[in-house]
Design a binder for this molecule. Sequence first.
Ligand code: NAD
Ligand code: AKB
Length: 323
Amino acid sequence: MTTGKFERILITGALGQIGTELTAELRRRYGADNVVASDVRTVEGHPVINGGPWTSLDVTDAGAVSDLIGGMNIDAVFHMAAILSATGEKDPQLCWKVNIDGTLNVLEAARKHDLARVIIPSSIAVFGPETPRENTPQETVLKPRTMYGITKVSGELLCDYYVYKYDLDVRGLRYPGIISSETPPGGGTTDYAVEIYYEAIREGRYTCFVREDTMLPMMYMPDCIKATLDLAEADFDSLVHHSDFNVGSLSVTAGDIAESIRKHIPGFRVEYRPDFRQAIADTWPRSVDDSAARKEWGWKPDWDLDAMTADMLQKLGEKLRGS
Ligand code: NAD
Ligand code: AKB
């Protein structure tokens, strides 16, 4: 196992919120022809589909995953295909199937074809109500109450199993809620932190599905891409942990985000009408201790709330005015 430069990369779930921007950055770094993007769905004219090799792939199909990885001489996989927390609570069986079977299929194919590296994200959803919510430790109680969280804890354990039993180089981070302007989020509890920016620009008001004082760890997409690639390219020998790094950046309430937006759009109004996602948010950390990530691979975020808000409003403004 060595420090990573990869020859041919596969991304699953490449049309998702993170996959879209990760594919673009990987193609920039490694060359478009060396980065194969895939997803179970297609979107006509999508830049991921038009910008390099593309294939349709359902990660629950073990044979298809193995054939693609073997047939295209893939040596690294970024496995982004998943069902997120809110969608997962509406269809827990689908969440289990995609997140568990999909992860196992990717790990098995990686073992069989002797891949150099596999990156599989986890989430702050691994934590539950018994976990300390302030500065949540790296090593702590993992008893989530959502199906999504259960699949993420199981996924971390599966990844570590493949590291120890098969000597496969598998890595992952517990992403906080990711905020971005390029691709809308795909059915999570933290989606309000993105929707609020869209609605501030479109309508000047937003109905938020969590309380004003709901504080969760969040991260701006450029920091998410940086964290993912810094971990992916880190020297294996410096890692004590593998698939479960806490990564912190912003710890903000819904009200803090609204206040930050009001510095640019003074009349912006928010109404708070919590729905079933409030109960999920209430079991997740308010902030995380990411000292292991800082020590083992040098993690350090670049973006604070106000800098992110200014950038989000500018990028989204251009995009929404353009459309
Ligand atoms: P997303 O929902 O935006 O995208 C997931 C993609 O997976 C979608 O494009 C979807 O079509 C695809 N997909 C679903 N079922 C599939 C299947 N059977 N086969 C192949 N593709 C399938 O998710 P995201 O936000 O980009 O998340 C990427 C990873 O990061 C996931 O593992 C997620 O759990 C994790 N994560 C995301 C966040 C966040 O805030 N975005 C936070 C924590 C963890
Ligand atoms: C979700 O809300 O489900 C995701 C996550 C934090 O894993 N954004």
